[in-house]
Design a protein around this ligand. Structure first.
Ligand SMILES: [Zn+2]
Length: 55
């Protein structure tokens, strides 16, 4: 699994209720810590950076 480490909010109307982001993987990037992925919320356009869980 991976975990969300940072997020850039998308266009969320002021009246919109908080929602569970619907992440769609946009790109992968291999690092020494593993493969991180950038994902975009299909609902609000937010971007999230995910990294592998430490185990
Ligand atoms: Zn969202």
């Amino acid at each position: 699994m991976s975990r969300l480490v940072t997020i850039r909010p998308g266009r969320v109307p002021a009246h919109a209720a908080e929602h569970r982001h619907t992440w769609a993987v946009a790109s992968h990037h291999a690092t020494s810590d593993g493969v991180v992925s950038y994902r975009r919320c299909a609902s609000c356009g937010a971007w999230g950076l995910f990294v592998p869980d430490e185990s």
